[in-house]
Write a protein that binds this ligand. Structure first.
Ligand SMILES: Nc1ncnc2c1ncn2[C@@H]1O[C@H](COP(=O)(O)OP(=O)(O)OP(=O)(O)O)[C@@H](O)[C@H]1O
Ligand SMILES: [Mg+2]
Length: 361
């Protein structure tokens, strides 16, 4: 074992505690035993235990109350209930309250060892899964910032060339009126450049912020269009917005931006520089409903079931990671929302996203 697995036993029978503790220590676990439920809750507040073996009958508070308190403080802890007499309703209630497993008294040591081993493995796998998911989200965000940065560098070149050209013209110019005209142009190009930089700064800021404030999706969509313009080529793609008044949702603004940035980028990329993108929002019962509609090349039937898979892409090597829609899906699920896609080859694609209003506010 890399890091020693720690186990807390909460049981008011000192004899049973000691025997169990000795056996588990021999197995290589770090063990602490306590007789009272409240002492156990205090311990959970101060340090992490991988597993708690918790007697359902305790002298001070009921094991079920202790289970609830532990899961509230640290949901990652695996709690195994020890049930004195296998009363089914107790077991069911404990499992409903989040207990991970149960064992009956009198304890069968081999069974205890097996269950602990299984639960610890499950815990480690789930922690690893969470870590990888977090890493995936971060890397997609970074990739997004990278693409945006290169788009911005490219775009800033235009006003910079304008500024350079005008400055050179001023150097050669004697006519005061024309000098003033050129100076005005320099100011205009500088404002253009600073707006591009401001959009990038806004994106990076929201990408870093961990806020969960009430979010107005209509406003967020407008911000996202600005960002999208810097990260993908719009060409002659027209944007039509049809926003209805909708309630705010409680969500992290950076994550919501990530959802729509990916959907807009995909839509624009499918239109190859010519087409129309419709963004619409409307309230729909307890949801807000957002549609992203393009008239691009569409998605072949055989691909529809794969587009949310990680790394599925039809773009050239180096053009797409295939992570976009996977991240979109994860974020939407996190907020208990939904995403649907309808598409016809050669005609276009509609993504419909719904976020619940009540669950989030
Ligand atoms: N609006 C759309 N129109 C047509 N095809 C789409 C659309 N959105 C997604 N797809 C298809 O789904 C695939 C997966 O999309 P996803 O956003 O996950 O990855 P990607 O766009 O290929 O790469 P990345 O998002 O990393 O740039 C795309 O390669 C494309 O084939
Ligand atoms: Mg994409």
């Amino acid at each position: 074992m890399d890091r020693q697995i720690s186990i807390l036993i909460i049981d008011d029978d000192p004899g049973a505690c000691e025997t169990l503790s000795d056996i588990l220590k021999d197995e290589g676990y770090k063990v602490l035993t306590l007789e009272r439920g409240l002492q156990g809750v205090e311990q959970i507040k101060t340090r992490f235990f991988n597993v708690v073996l918790l007697d359902i009958n305790l002298p001070d508070v009921s094991g079920l109350e202790v289970l609830k308190a532990i899961k509230k403080i640290e949901p990652e802890v695996c709690v195994i209930m020890i049930t004195g007499y296998a009363r089914l309703e107790n077991v069911i209630e404990a499992l409903n309250e989040g207990a991970d497993a149960y064992i009956n008294k009198p304890l069968n040591i081999d069974e205890v060892k097996l269950i602990i081993k299984r639960e610890v493995e499950r815990q480690i796998l789930s922690q690893e899964k969470k870590r990888l998911e977090h890493q995936l989200l971060q890397s997609e965000k970074l990739a997004g910032i990278g693409i945006l940065a290169s788009g911005i560098a490219h775009e800033i070149n235009n006003p910079l060339f304008g500024i350079m050209g005008m400055a050179e013209a001023i150097l050669e110019e004697e006519n005061l009126k024309l000098i003033k005209e050129h100076t005005k142009d320099i100011i205009k190009y500088s404002v253009e450049a600073s707006e591009i930089v401001r959009d990038l700064a806004g994106y990076v800021q929201t990408a870093e912020a961990g806020d969960f404030g009430p979010l107005n999706i209509n406003e967020k969509l407008n911000d996202t269009i600005k960002i999208a313009r810097h990260s993908t080529k719009f060409g002659d793609v027209k944007i039509i917005t049809d926003y209805r008044p909708i309630p705010s949702i409680k969500a992290n603004s950076s994550e919501i931006q990530q959802v729509f940035l990916n959907l807009i980028n995909n839509a624009v990329q499918s239109m190859n520089g010519k087409g129309r993108l419709i963004l619409s929002t409307m309230p729909s019962e307890d949801y807000v409903e957002i549609k992203v509609i393009d008239n691009g090349h569409g998605i072949p039937k055989g691909h529809i079931n794969k587009i949310f898979d990680p790394f599925f892409t039809t773009k050239e090597v180096g053009k797409g990671t295939g992570l976009g829609l996977n991240i979109v899906h994860r974020i939407i699920i996190k907020y208990k929302g939904s995403i649907e896609v309808e598409s016809e080859e050669g005609k276009g694609t509609t993504f419909t996203v719904r976020f619940p209003v009540k669950a989030n506010t």
